[in-house]
Write a protein that binds this ligand. Structure first.
Ligand SMILES: [Zn+2]
Length: 272
C-alpha cells in the first residue's frame, strides 16, 4: 500500500524538485535554508550550529490514516544536515532566490537581528508582517527538502510568491528562547487522509538565537483547529497581526519540551 505521505505528494505537490516550487521556473539553484548571514551572526554570539545529541537537523513526516474506528500514524525522518549552515534546499529558481526572496530577507533582517540578540524592542505592524512572511518562507524552504512534508499545496506556494504574504490557514508566533545549544529548525509535516484528497498540515519551529518562531499551517479548517495550542509565552504575529509588539528581554521563555510537544505528533480529527 502506498504511504499516505507519498500519496499526498503525488496529488497536489510539485513533483520532486525539478522546477521551482514558487513559479515553476528552471533551472533550480541551491538555496541555503539558514541564510549565511544568520549562521555567521549566531556563531559570532556563541550559539552552536550542530545539535547536542549529534543528530542531523531533520524533517519529520507524519502520515495519518483514519477510519471510524481508529487513527493510524506513521512517522519517518528525511533530509537534514549536521550543521545548520549546510542545510540546502534545491527547490527554487535563480530569479526567485535572487529576487523576491532576497528582498524579503532584507526587509526582515533588522527585526530578526533584534530578536536574535535578545534585546528589548518594539515592532510595528509592518515589521511584524515582514517577520511572519520570512518565517513562512524559511519553513517552506526547510520542509521542501521533502515535498511530502509541505503543509501547503502547490497552488498556495505559487500564490505566496505573488502575494508576498503567508497563505490562508497559516499562523506565526514568537517566544523568547534561551538555550544557546539548541538552534535550528524542528519540523513536522505530513498528510491526513481521511476521505478523498488528503489534507496537509505542518508545524515548524525555528530556533534562531534568542527567539523561537513557530509556523503552523493546514490546508483544511478542521485540521487547522486540531493543531496543538501554544502556551502563554507565545505571541502571535500572524494572524491577527498586532498593531505593535513590545518585546522584553526578560519575558518568560519557551522550553525545549514545548517545542518537542509541538513537533512530535498529532491526533487525527474526529471521524473519517
Ligand atoms: Zn521561481
Amino acid at each position: 500500500m502506498t504511504s499516505i505521505l507519498r500519496q499526498a505528494t503525488k496529488e497536489d505537490l510539485p513533483q520532486g524538485t525539478r522546477s521551482c516550487i514558487f513559479c515553476a521556473g528552471r533551472p533550480l539553484t541551491r538555496e541555503h535554508v539558514w541564510p549565511k548571514w544568520l549562521s555567521a551572526e549566531l556563531q559570532q554570539h556563541g550559539f552552536t550550529l550542530d545539535r547536542p545529541d549529534g543528530a542531523p537537523h531533520q524533517v519529520r513526516l507524519v502520515g495519518i490514516t483514519a477510519d471510524r474506528q481508529h487513527a493510524h500514524q506513521e512517522v519517518e525522518t528525511v533530509g537534514g544536515a549536521k550543521l545548520l549552515g549546510d542545510l540546502v534546499a534545491r527547490s527554487v529558481c535563480g530569479p526567485c532566490n535572487n529576487g523576491w526572496m532576497s528582498a524579503l530577507e532584507d526587509s526582515a533582517k533588522p527585526s530578526l537581528l533584534a530578536l536574535i540578540r535578545g534585546t528589548d524592542a518594539t515592532f510595528e505592524q509592518e515589521a511584524l508582517v515582514s517577520l511572519a512572511t520570512w518565517a513562512v518562507k524559511t519553513a517552506i524552504l526547510y520542509q521542501s527538502q521533502d515535498p511530502a512534508s509541505l503543509a501547503w499545496t502547490a497552488e498556495q506556494l505559487q500564490r505566496f510568491r505573488v502575494a508576498g504574504r503567508p497563505p490562508a490557514l497559516t499562523t506565526v508566533s514568537l517566544a523568547r528562547w534561551t538555550d544557546k545549544t539548541q538552534q535550528g529548525p524542528h519540523s513536522m509535516g505530513g498528510a491526513y487522509g481521511g476521505v478523498g484528497r488528503p489534507n496537509r498540515f505542518g508545524v515548524t519551529v525555528l530556533l534562531v538565537g534568542y527567539v523561537a518562531i513557530t509556523v503552523r499551517a493546514a490546508t483544511d479548517t478542521r485540521y487547522f483547529g486540531q493543531l496543538a495550542t501554544l502556551g502563554k509565552e507565545w505571541s502571535t504575529i500572524w494572524t491577527p497581526v498586532p498593531s505593535q509588539l513590545t518585546w522584553r528581554a526578560h519575558r518568560r521563555p519557551a522550553l525545549l519540551q514545548d517545542v518537542e510537544r509541538l513537533t512530535s505528533g498529532f491526533a487525527a480529527p474526529d471521524g473519517p
